[in-house]
Design a protein around this ligand. Structure first.
Ligand code: GLC
Length: 615
């Protein structure tokens, strides 16, 4: 048996069981699926197979504290893939070992949703380069110890995709790859239970296709046609597209909008059980063909919906998921300067099994949705709609005294559910007068990010405190001009990056602070994913305290971290004994730390402490 056959044999029974369950024992489709896997394995190059083998030996290779992620748009950072290759030195200087390239496959201009409307899964957008360039860039990254992540936009294709074009011309076989309806009757029934993803920029979940004279399902933008995964041909071909990308050297596949991929009338068409079956099958497909590849699920939902995407120990689904609720709660804590919700949130994260790997982040290419635990907030008399309005007003800078500069996104007043856009630095207030305070907050948030277990992912530009870019308002493309997510999708300012060595600039201060945090995180085992984590009581609602402990054989490390979310100086006492059994060192300053004679700790506005115990 060759490697492929061995791996297939290992998964065969479960694979067949799940496939048959989903597709009514369709033997022909299943046999095709298996032979397609074999074909993809045969096409995998030797270097990638070596990587597979090495990673199979260390299955948690991606869960180390030495991994730092960065996500970027090719066009914003370096115009082309070749451009990125020529700037890998900068990426390395940032300490990045996981590079997420935002969608770069072919997409129609003006109808692309930032690249999330793919017209060809095997072709790079010509202005960015070629598939060959992508494969070369991945190989170069691998030689430098950097993994590459790419979106796999699997819920829909662009209306310009070959399948969509043929569907539009009336070919039934291709209409069957989407959701086509002769009239609005069934779409109307669907709509009764379907929320809207983009209520103002793209209302409704269906679009009338003039050419076909039929109604087609379009959950996101009207030019993004939902694929019908009830059709095994769709699943087979899309899995093949995914494996094709893995064979170009993509290490991490971001499963875009994965909760939406199965639709059933009468439901909200999100997180249905069949979605989990599909993800489980894809996980097995990856383990059979390219076991060095990881699946990252994009599940931007409340924690109870996110965690099931890890699957179980015996039947794992995604390798990694976004820690979206902690991200949103972070910004809530910035706006309220009150850490109680954050403590509550961290308590649930800390209680999760340690083998779960989360991607932590402050900002990404998307808006911040205010998916907070409102049941908890209600106990403080906080009302959901009023609170969302407060948060949006705060981050727009409309609230008195707020230094933030952000823009709302999909503001549908009747829903009271607007979301927020802006770069970390602009949301921290770096565009307004008190730059020192904004820089401190920005750095403190990064320290908090790096204290969490999992993989921290920086949004390109954040490492130099890049500000909002308002030029999208003047874009000739009406969809872009109306989509405030572009406020944080501006071109990377290389001239600002040049200032990173100058500690008198905000760029220098932020870059060097992030660099110090990254280096400490990288070298201290207390940041390991499997470390114990707990909340440290501070008796002060402005100050968040986190403890970490990692102990293995001779290596034992304990750390305490404190974050002052208030703009004012705070004094607090910790429940941990600072002057008792252990001595503590301030990791940033590199000196002994004790607090004052009464055991009080003073933290300046937006200050933080990383303390490492002498064990
Ligand atoms: C994901 C992406 C978002 C995109 C959507 C539709 O949520 O992050 O940017 O608009 O999918 O593909």
């Amino acid at each position: 048996m060759n490697e492929f056959e061995k791996r297939l044999a290992k998964h065969y029974d479960e694979l067949k069981w799940l496939y048959y369950e989903l597709y009514g024992s369709d033997k022909q489709a299943f046999d095709y699926f298996c032979s397609m896997l074999g074909k993809c394995w045969a096409e995998r190059n030797d270097l990638l197979r070596e990587l597979d083998e090495a990673r199979e030996k260390v299955p948690d290779w991606y869960a180390g504290n030495d991994i730092l992620g960065m996500m970027m748009y090719t066009e914003c950072f370096a115009k082309t893939l070749k451009g990125i290759e020529s700037h890998l030195d900068y990426i390395q200087e940032c300490g990045v070992t996981y590079l997420h390239l935002m969608p770069l496959l072919d997409t129609p201009k003006g109808r692309s949703d930032g690249g999330y409307a793919v017209s060809d899964f095997r072709k790079v957008r010509p202005d960015l380069g070629t598939m060959q360039d992508l494969a070369e860039l991945s190989a170069k990254c691998h030689s430098l110890g950097i993994s590459v992540c790419l979106d796999f936009v699997m819920n829909h294709t662009s209306e310009d995709h070959e399948w969509a074009k043929r569907a539009r011309k009336g070919e039934k076989e291709f209409q069957d790859r989407y959701f086509f309806f002769d009239n609005w009757e069934i779409p109307r029934q669907f709509e009764q239970n379907l929320p809207e993803v983009f209520p103002t920029t793209a209302p409704g979940n269906f679009t009338f296709c003039e050419e076909a004279g039929k109604v087609v399902m379009t959950t996101f933008y009207p030019y993004q046609w939902d694929l019908n995964y009830r059709n095994p041909v769709v699943f087979n071909d899309m899995t093949e597209n995914m494996l094709y990308l893995c064979n170009q050297g993509i290490d991490i596949i971001r499963l875009d909008a994965v909760p939406y991929i199965w639709k059933t009338l009468g439901t909200n068409c999100r997180n249905l059980p069949q979605v989990h079956t599909l993800v489980r099958i894809m996980r097995m497909a990856a383990e059979i063909v390219c076991p060095g590849t990881l699946l990252l699920g994009e599940v931007v939902m409340e924690p109870s919906k996110v965690v099931p995407y890890f699957g179980t120990v015996e039947k794992p689904e995604c390798n990694m998921l976004y820690n979206v609720t902690t991200m949103a709660s972070t910004w809530h804590t910035v706006a309220t300067q009150d850490t109680r919700l954050m403590k509550h949130q961290l308590e649930s994260v800390f209680a999760l099994p340690k083998q779960y790997v989360f991607l932590n982040y402050l900002r990404c290419h998307d808006d911040i949705g205010w998916g907070l635990d409102y049941d908890f907030l209600r106990s403080f008399g906080i009302d959901e709609v009023a609170h969302k309005k407060y948060l949006n007003d705060y981050f727009k800078g409309d609230f008195k005294g707020s230094p933030s500069r952000g823009e709302t996104y999909n503001d549908a007043p009747e829903l009271g559910d607007a979301r927020m856009c802006g770069t970390t630095a602009s949301l921290c207030g770096l565009e307004s007068a008190d730059k020192d305070s904004a820089v401190k907050l920005d750095i403190m948030l990064h320290a908090f990010l790096f204290t969490q277990s999992g993989i921290p992912v920086l949004y390109s530009g954040d490492e130099i405190g890049q500000l909002n870019d308002y030029s999208y308002h003047d874009s000739p493309d009406p969809d872009k001009a109306a989509d405030s997510r572009y406020v944080h999708r501006g071109a990377f300012h290389w001239e600002d990056a040049e200032k990173r060595g100058d500690m008198n600039t905000s760029q220098g201060k932020i870059f060097n602070a992030v660099h110090t945090l990254m280096t400490l995180r990288d070298t201290q085992s207390v940041f390991a994913n499997e470390a114990d984590t707990w909340l440290v009581e501070t008796g002060n609602n402005h100050v968040l305290g986190i403890g970490r402990y990692y102990g293995e054989k001779t290596q034992k490390e304990k750390m305490l971290a404190f974050f002052n979310f208030s703009s004012e100086e705070q004094t607090f006492k910790t429940s941990e004994n600072l002057t008792g059994i252990f001595e503590y060192n301030d990791m940033i300053k590199g000196e002994r730390f004790t607090g004052d004679a009464e055991g009080n700790i003073r933290l300046e506005g937006y200050g933080f402490l990383w303390l490492l115990a002498d064990l």
